[in-house]
Design a protein around this ligand. Structure first.
Ligand code: THU
Length: 160
């Protein structure tokens, strides 16, 4: 027997085609790239989330001279959200970036570690996270849930 995993995602030619609410979130993610501390990669990432309580929280990548110590924008955001509004789900998360060494005109997608963290955040807040992936300009992808990015994932349930 073979099983199949597939998902659909929306592709937009630019962020201007999004709803006003989604566009504002992408703009917030673009803006917060300015707060990134990325002297090693020169790759500034910004994340902005609309929470289930209507609040918006943001995050940016924070690097370190000991490279593995650095934290991605998405996990900085999850920590910020958890401290400000404990156990509150995320409705929509937008990710953008400013590549100081090159172009920023196509979507990027969360790294494997962030996919794992985002998936667990979905589980424990019991709220799926819609994700918008964008650069400073160009195409935008919208996925219904971040867990689509991590099929067959390992979770708390597996340890029961
Ligand atoms: N980074 C993020 O913050 N989020 C992503 O989705 C991809 C990568 C950061 C990690 C590192 O500081 C820099 O971007 C280059 O990898």
């Amino acid at each position: 027997m073979k099983d199949l995993f597939q998902f659909n995602y929306e592709v937009y030619a630019s962020a201007d085609e999004l709803s006003e609410q989604d566009l504002q979130l992408v703009k917030a993610a673009r803006e917060v790239t300015q707060t990134a501390y990325a002297p090693y990669s020169n790759f500034k990432v910004g994340a902005a989330a609309l929470l289930q309580n209507g609040k918006i929280v943001t995050g940016s990548n924070q690097e370190n001279a000991s490279f593995p110590v650095g934290t991605c924008a998405e996990r900085v955001l999850l920590g910020t959200a958890s401290v400000a509004y404990p156990k509150t789900g995320i409705k929509t998360l937008a990710v953008s970036y400013h590549n100081l060494n090159g172009s920023s005109n196509k979507p990027i997608s969360p790294c494997g570690m962030c996919r794992q963290a985002l998936k667990e955040f979905e589980d424990y807040t019991q709220s799926t996270i819609r994700i918008i992936l964008a650069g400073m300009e160009g195409k935008v992808y919208v996925l219904e849930t971040v867990s689509q990015l991590l099929p067959l994932s390992f979770s708390n349930d597996d340890m029961k």
